[in-house]
Ligand binder design. Structure first.
Ligand code: UN1
Length: 491
């Protein structure tokens, strides 16, 4: 009998009420790692009840004290970074150095949001009466439900859990069914840092648990990161129940390379952004939009660089690209490569599975001769596949970059400051990079996208607080008389 990864409800580690489990595997070796609680609506309900019971005490704990618990959690996470990175690589496949980076994002976010414990800034403004005072405050919302993906199994949850907690909410979190072990180890850090019982609750499971959380009447906010297909279902369901929803979904991010670009720099950045995390980032570069004059040289340099990438098990030294997360993801990549071939694009390198006995490995793949209307240039593949589109000018490049259903991240390589600023002005994504790949967003700035990537909300930075707080406007009249503002003075 392998290890059982339990739910965390009201400060206790518990199995699913009906004893159900599911399995979690290592995508590089296909070895069984553990069983995890397969939660039903009853488990979600118990978690929500625990969050509800803990809410009043947590919201009344002064925010600086809440922030101190986040600082303690950050220190502990630093101490456990290496062990947690090992678990992450084993469970979802990203190479160890990237797993460390994933955890570092959570450490950074814990310090940042810990600091919010002494800010959570509201504002005052002048009011119309002589003896009256007005202010706007951020208030907690109540119980928040979080649904998160496997590709950043610590960073992305931290972007949601930490702002939610510092603002005084209590949380029920359902992580991806591909990463229950990593999620449980992450929650243990909060437990050991002294977070009171019931403030953060964890329910493992798949669609059934997610549905129960999104539909639960006591959960007022849903924050979701994951596929567009699931995200839109979450949005529809939650909206019909009047909930506040924050969505972060797909991407089809492009790097533009103009003729005057620093070629060597562009090649390094493209390779990292397209094939880091095996292309499984919502910020990954999946399109390269290149100006005609530099195209041949760029493709040749990229081919060489991509050919040299070492694919393998992410815990081994020197491995740069790990496996896809599971069999289904591998099959999706295979399907899109065959679609690309059928559409008439040309495989420059890659285009097949890596020959191994075990594991979901696919060769880093470059497609040239891609037209903007091909499916491989429009649909999210979420794997190590880069589609190269040729353009004649900056204007055309921007039009192609903007011309997809998603709007998360974009980038341009040029040495011309005028071209760079025009691109900043005209690119319509939530994140824009100049002379840097499309990945690597830092936690102190808003993170999220336009069009089909999201619903107008942003994570990270100060904007993260918008999802997890309500504004409360307060008027204090200290005149002892009935004073009426102009708008209310109708006699
Ligand atoms: C994601 O892929 O869901 O900007 C998040 C980046 C990382 C986070 C990506 N900091 O690439």
């Amino acid at each position: 009998m392998s290890e059982l990864v339990k739910n965390f409800v009201g400060g206790e580690w518990v199995a699913a009420q009906n004893g159900a489990t599911f399995e979690t595997y290592n995508p590089a070796t296909e070895a069984l790692l553990a069983q995890a609680a397969n939660s039903s609506a009853a488990d979600v309900d118990a978690a929500v009840k625990a969050a509800k019971a803990a809410y009043n005490e947590w919201r009344l704990l002064p925010a600086p004290r809440r922030g101190e618990i986040l600082f303690a959690m950050a220190e502990l996470l630093k101490a456990r970074k290496e062990a947690l990175a090992q678990t992450m690589t084993q469970e979802m496949g990203k190479v160890l150095s990237e797993a460390r980076g994933d955890i570092q994002e959570a450490i950074d976010m814990a310090y940042y949001m810990g600091g919010e414990g002494r800010r959570l800034l509201g504002y005052t403004a002048p009011v119309e009466m002589p003896e009256k005072f007005g202010m706007a405050l951020r208030d907690s919302v109540g119980i928040v439900g979080l649904v998160t993906p496997w590709n950043f199994p610590v960073a992305v949850p931290s972007w949601k859990i930490l702002p939610a907690l510092v603002a005084g909410n209590t949380v029920v979190w359902k992580p991806s069914e591909d990463t229950p072990k990593t999620a449980a180890e992450f929650v243990k850090v909060f437990e050991d840092a002294g977070l009171p019982k019931g403030v953060l609750n964890l329910v493992h499971g798949a669609g059934q648990a997610g549905d129960a959380l999104v539909s639960h009447p006591d959960v007022r906010v849903i924050s979701f990161t994951g596929s567009t297909e699931t995200g839109l279902k979450v949005y529809t369901k939650a909206a019909s129940l009047g909930k506040k929803v924050s969505l972060e979904m797909g991407g089809k991010n492009a790097i533009i390379v103009l003729d005057d670009a620093n070629l060597e720099l562009a090649v390094k950045a493209i390779t990292w952004s397209a094939f880091g995390t095996t292309g499984q980032r919502c910020t990954a570069t999946s399109r390269l939009i290149v100006q005609s004059g530099i195209k041949e040289r760029l493709i040749e340099a990229l081919r060489e660089k991509v050919q040299a990438l070492k694919v393998g098990y992410g815990v081994e030294d020197g491995v740069e690209v790990g496996p896809l997360v599971n069999q289904k993801a591998l099959e999706k990549v295979e399907k899109y490569v065959s679609i690309g071939r059928d559409e008439g694009a040309r495989v420059v390198i890659g285009g097949a599975r890596v020959e191994t006995d075990k594991g979901y490995f696919y060769q880093p793949t470059l497609f040239a001769d891609v037209k903007p209307d091909m499916r491989i240039a429009r649909e999210e593949i979420f794997g190590p596949v880069l589609s190269i589109v040729e353009v004649g000018s900056l204007e055309e490049a921007v039009e192609v970059s903007n011309g997809v259903a998603y709007g998360l991240s974009s980038s341009i390589f040029t040495e011309n400051v005028n071209a760079a600023f025009r691109a900043i002005r005209d690119l319509t994504t939530g994140i824009v990079y100049i002379n840097h790949g499309t990945t690597g967003a830092e936690i102190q700035f808003p993170f999220g996208g336009t069009r089909g990537t999201g619903n107008g909300m942003r994570e990270a930075g100060q904007t993260a607080l918008d999802s997890f707080t309500e504004w409360k406007s307060v008027y204090v009249d200290y005149s002892g008389r009935l004073q009426r503002a102009q708008i209310d003075n109708r006699e």
